[in-house]
Design a protein around this ligand. Structure first.
Ligand code: NAD
Ligand code: ZN
Length: 346
């Protein structure tokens, strides 16, 4: 079968023929419906090097944002898993035997340091292929929902959902403001989740005008990049600042912007992995404000994201690419030319 393979650190992926996988005990074989191209993959193949935090040893098939139809059940898999049924894949893959994994929070597996991979498409073979194998308990049923459009939910939906849920105490009550920086795959769904879960006014910013226009269609007030950005964001909050900020870029300039507009007691969550830094001091940060990071989300939260999607509260904007065009999807993503999320449909 054909697959998009990350072959070595620093090298652009290749489209190759690889053996069709077989499901191990407790796993299923999935015929892939859609595989989202996440910006993190660019860090995986361009920036990470052996031994660095976050680096996953090549070679493996990319694609950590997947959906598909169950083709076959591995040994010991319950017949409650429906052969032919459409499912979304929870990607993080922990040891399955620690207290974090017991809570469906494989992202923070206590044995992560001794695991050979982090997730499907991140160390173990992912979904940029015709078939993939997945632990059966990591499947979330999609029912009759379109699995291609749903594919981005497994990361571009789940990651902002988890970040926003953790910040909800900051957004409760009237007159609250949230800030979203970076309106790509994650940010656009983030805006929709904020609108659905909170009464906060959502202020959003991106360097691209068409991305800002899309966020406005979801109910955000937008601000452009440029010199007056900080001032304009503050103005949009009536001068008080934002109660929760979500930085889906994570570069030093974007973290600096977010930090400059925080309200007293606010929470700034860095989601983007551009590796920017932030200086903290008693005098420069608002009293009792928080700066935190976050990684993906929990299995139970993915069920909630699917509920929101099926209820029409969130909708990923999807640009479809065939397997022949899969590398083109990554090229366009690198050039900032993808609108919404690029999904490879094998
Ligand atoms: P994307 O390429 O789809 O979108 C990025 C958006 O940010 C684009 O619209 C771009 O125009 C905008 N942008 C870039 N620089 C900007 C700046 N200086 N100011 C304002 N906007 C700017 O990326 P994505 O797939 O949505 O991923 C976003 C980030 O989140 C990436 O760093 C990715 O690696 C990371 N990520 C983190 C997690 C996690 O668990 N923490 C999970 C998935 C992705
Ligand atoms: Zn990702």
């Amino acid at each position: 079968m054909r697959a998009v393979v990350f072959e070595n650190y620093g090298r652009f992926p290749s489209l190759k023929d690889v053996p069709k996988p077989e499901p191990g005990p407790g796993e299923v074989l999935l015929r892939v419906a859609g595989a989202g191209a996440c910006h993190s993959d660019i860090s995986v193949y361009r920036h990470f090097r052996e031994g660095q935090p976050g680096a996953q040893k090549p070679p493996f098939v990319l694609g950590h944002e997947n959906s598909g139809w169950v083709e076959a059940l591995g040994e010991g898999v319950s017949e409650r898993v429906e052969v032919g049924g459409a499912y979304l894949v929870y990607g993080p893959t922990g040891c399955g035997h620690c207290r974090r994994c017991a809570r469906g929070q494989d992202t923070y597996c206590e044995n992560a340091a001794t695991m050979p991979y982090m997730a499907v498409g991140l160390g173990r073979d992912g979904g940029m292929a015709e078939y993939m194998t997945v632990p059966a308990h990591h499947l979330v049923p999609l029912g009759d929902a379109d699995p291609v459009e749903a594919a981005p939910l497994s990361d571009a939906g789940l990651t902002p959902y988890h970040a926003i849920k953790e910040a909800l105490p900051h957004l409760e009550g009237g007159g609250r403001h949230a800030l979203v920086i970076g309106l790509g795959g994650l940010g656009q769904i983030g805006v929709q989740i904020l609108r659905a879960l909170t009464g906060a006014t959502v202020v959003a910013t991106d360097i691209k005008e068409e991305a800002r226009a899309e966020a406005e269609s979801y109910g955000a007030i937008t601000v452009g990049a440029g010199e007056r950005q900080v001032e304009q964001i503050r103005e949009a909050t009536g001068g008080r600042g934002v109660d929760a900020a979500f930085d889906f870029v994570g570069a030093t300039p974007t973290i600096t912007t977010a930090a400059a507009v925080m309200a007293q007691g606010g929470r700034l969550t860095v989601v983007g992995i551009a590796g920017g830094t932030h200086q903290f001091s008693f005098f420069t940060n608002p009293y009792e404000s928080y700066v935190t990071s976050t990684y993906w989300g929990a299995l139970g939260e993915l069920w909630e994201v699917v509920d929101m999607y099926r209820a029409g509260q969130i909708r990923p904007e999807v640009e479809r690419f065939s397997m022949d065009e899969a590398l083109e999807a990554y090229r366009k993503l690198e050039e900032g030319k993808v609108f919404g999320r690029a999904v490879v449909v094998p």
